[in-house]
Design a binder for this molecule. Structure first.
Ligand code: AMP
Ligand code: MG
Length: 478
């Protein structure tokens, strides 16, 4: 399909105008395409050729509004680092409408009613990070928003220094956040809260339309799916970094990529966000923060659903999380049948990984080639004893499996990525891009899309993170 033939639906605009603000993008100066994602174009049936047209560039830059599209910013609130902010909203994003169930959104397209003191912009650095990482999470099988294109420009944006402005065209089945519900709850606008719940059911839980218990069932799904999403993050060593309730998706997708990181060496207490002084959003706190955020959603839904019934559902959260985490770890370890001893074996492994500073991704990938010869694994550590002892336990456990080791290894290589986009890799691509060379973005996109494949020639990215780049922290400034 041609760009001009796309059909946009904007059901959200049928809601009261307190939900949004219709406004136009402010184009960047001298825009140019950095990268376009044909897989994302396929989701909306857009011809690949169109991605490289002047019209598409203008579309992403907001220079030319599609005749079918009525751009709008959404209003929401949220708990940021535990403190309630009564109005946030899309301060630098604009929704263009939905095509084929995908809500298209420009991020970095200028100020809106909800910009507060912000300039409505996104710098190249953070835009590259969001663009690549949403596709990388998708490649890893983790629920996430997607991204179709990234453009750069000659517009200058001030953060700690002058940087260039960029826009990402991102897309999601839903952009409703826990904070969207919190906005109407705290404003005591219960009719609007109900309208939002109905909209959400239509958008993300259509099988519940007409169900008498639709609201509580929606909450039940969000509780379970959020737990599973966070377990999936942790299965690849992902630390989101800013799990404020405005960054939590009602559709249980990973959204709003900021100072996130894939852990380099395993550290349960790792904090990727430089501004998170107390480690509220540290790696191991993620499950409990997920639960706290769900309790804020529960409060927000309390005018619509009996709170005691929701509390019972929320009580199941830990069970959902641990069950998902154990299943994921079992797959990572190539264990097909469940044994009582498995949680202890897993706990001991993470203890050993922490003690020996093992690189999360490289260790699991090396383990997924293990068939009795310990040379490669022992090459990863200086102090051998703890890993030898754990491998003794693992060997004993493998004896209870029926699958031959070559098959087990093959399956493990599908559960343990060879490539994740570590911060230092992104940083390299960003520094090249800042000099006008986008080959690093292109390369990382290839790895992002197929993280379990071998990718000959890229092995250096599959190894341990070089010492000077390990477990960096990034700031929120973006
Ligand atoms: P984030 O931390 O990116 O999820 O953003 C938190 C809130 O701040 C959201 O309401 C954003 O829309 C808003 N925001 C972040 N950066 C900017 C900016 N440069 N201009 C306007 N609003 C912004
Ligand atoms: Mg956000």
């Amino acid at each position: 399909m041609k760009l001009s033939d796309l059909q946009f639906k904007s059901d959200y605009l049928a809601l009261d105008d307190i939900f949004y603000h219709e406004t136009k993008p402010t184009p960047l100066k001298a825009p140019f395409l950095i990268h376009a994602n044909t897989d994302a174009a396929d989701l909306i049936g857009l011809d690949h050729d169109e991605l490289y047209s002047e019209a598409f560039l203008d579309f992403v830059n907001g220079g030319e509004i599609h005749p079918q599209s009525r751009p709008y910013a959404m209003c929401y609130a949220g708990h940021q680092f535990g403190f309630f902010v009564e109005r946030l909203g899309d301060g630098r994003a604009l929704n263009l409408g939905a095509v084929n169930g995908w809500n298209l959104q420009l991020k970095g397209s200028g100020q809106t009613r909800y910009s507060r003191d912000g300039d409505g912009r996104a710098v190249l650095r953070s835009s590259i990070r969001e663009y690549l990482m949403s596709e990388a999470m998708h490649g890893l099988g983790i629920p996430t928003t997607r991204a179709m294109a990234i453009i750069g420009s000659e517009s200058k944006i001030f953060r700690e220094k002058w940087e260039s402005g960029a826009i990402v065209l991102r897309m999601s089945p839903s952009w409703i956040r826990f904070g969207s519900f919190e906005y109407f709850y705290h404003a005591k606008k219960h009719a609007e809260l109900e309208a939002l719940a109905d909209y959400t059911i239509q958008e993300s839980f259509p099988d519940l339309i007409g169900d008498r218990d639709a609201y509580i069932k929606m909450f039940q799904r969000v509780v379970k799916d959020t737990a599973v999403m966070i377990a999936k993050w942790m299965g690849v060593g992902f630390n989101h970094g800013v799990m404020n309730t405005d960054n939590m998706s009602i559709a249980s997708l990973t959204i709003d990529y900021g100072p996130y990181a894939f852990m380099d060496e395993f550290d349960a207490n790792y904090i990727c966000n430089h501004t998170d002084h107390h480690g509220r959003y540290s790696f191991n706190n993620q499950p409990q923060v997920g639960m706290w955020n769900l309790s804020m959603l529960m409060n927000a839904l309390s005018p619509l659903v009996n709170i005691d019934a929701m509390k019972e559902i929320l009580d199941q959260y830990n069970h959902h999380f641990y069950q998902a985490q154990i299943n994921i770890t079992r797959e990572k370890l190539g264990l097909e049948n469940a044994q009582e001893e498995d949680p202890a074996l897993m706990g001991e492994l993470f203890r050993v990984m922490q003690e020996l500073h093992l690189d999360f991704t490289y260790f699991f990938r090396t383990l997924s080639h293990y068939a009795g010869d310990r040379t490669a694994l022992m090459g990863l550590v200086q102090f051998k004893k703890p890993l030898q002892a754990w491998l003794d336990q693992y060997d004993a456990r493998l004896k209870k499996e029926k699958r031959p080791s070559d098959e087990r290894c093959k399956a493990m290589q599908k559960a343990n990525p060879k490539y994740v986009l570590k911060n230092y890799m992104l940083q390299e691509a960003i520094e090249q891009a800042q000099k006008g060379d986008f080959s690093g973005v292109e390369l990382l996109m290839r790895l992002a899309k197929a993280p379990f494949d071998e990718h000959p020639g890229c092995e250096r990215y599959a190894k341990e993170t070089p010492l000077k780049h390990k477990n960096l922290k990034l700031s929120c400034s973006s």
